[in-house]
Design a binder for this molecule. Structure first.
Ligand code: PEP
Length: 256
């Protein structure tokens, strides 16, 4: 039914301690059937301090829920106080890591070169980066959004070969729609997601472009997921606020 297996990834941001994390993952495991978790890939992205607890639960109960981190260092070890490496995340069984989230670009001054280094660090540890791109309101109002997101994509993937690019998950997250309750229309989402896939095809070939999953993110809820997922180039969602509620995230994962 879908060209690519849909992926619903819950970005918890700086919410939920490890005990709350266990409770939420247990609720998700309880409410989503094995069939639903086979049809749709459901992934949680908790804070670093929760990852060991989530790993233990997922491994112990052989849950079909995936997990990953919200950031990683561009370095693999050394004198980088406070940082967490891809080596460490891989050791904890993380399959995914968010790279270049707009909050990190804005509050931690992450630029395109650092995002590119982090994408490479993730891939080097066999972790799929969920690479975030997206324009702010001013760029959208000046109609520069497609070019802006395409440039962010080019910069983040600089130096990668097609066989690496196909492991990357791209997330289009218009900054004006994150945590604001303002969802892009399904057509807005498709416009950029389609343009990003076209860009991947130009640079890495159609086959690679057809394998890459492109998510939409920005105020996704159970009430708007169906329209977004009906778009041909949208393969899932990166969900912030709504992923903290077991019932809401379950409904999002049950969209079909
Ligand atoms: C996000 O931060 O990735 C996000 C999409 O947030 P929200 O769903 O809360 O807008």
């Amino acid at each position: 039914k879908f060209a690519r297996r849909p992926l619903m990834a819950g970005n918890w941001k700086m919410n939920l301690n490890h005990l709350e994390a266990i409770a939420l993952v247990q609720k998700l495991a309880f409410s989503l059937t094995e069939q639903q978790l086979t049809d749709v890939e459901a992934v949680v992205l908790p804070p670093f301090t929760d990852l060991r607890s989530v790993q233990t639960l997922v491994d112990g109960d052989k849950l079909l829920i995936g997990y990953g981190a919200q950031d990683l260092s561009a370095h693999s070890s050394g004198a980088y106080t406070g940082e967490i490496s891809g080596v460490m995340l891989a050791k904890l069984g993380c399959q995914y890591v968010v790279v270049g989230h707009s909050e990190r670009r804005a509050y931690h001054a992450e630029d395109d070169a650092l995002v590119n280094a982090k994408v490479k660090a993730a891939l080097g540890n066999n972790i799929a980066p969920i690479l975030c791109v997206g324009e702010g309101l001013e760029i959208r109002e000046a109609d520069g959004h497609v070019a802006y997101c395409r440039d962010q994509l080019d910069a983040a993937l600089a130096g990668l070969k097609a066989d690496q690019v196909e492991k990357v998950v791209v997330a289009y997250e218009p900054v004006w729609a994150i945590g604001t309750g303002k969802t892009a229309t399904p057509e807005n989402a498709q416009e950029v997601c389609g343009a990003l896939r076209q860009r991947l095809a130009e640079k890495y070939g159609q086959e690679t472009a057809d394998r890459v999953r492109i998510l939409y993110g920005g105020s996704v809820k159970a009430a708007n997921i169906a329209g977004i997922m009906a778009q041909p180039d949208v393969d899932g969602a990166l969900v912030g606020g709504a992923s903290l509620d077991a019932e809401e995230f379950t409904q999002i994962c049950r969209f079909p």
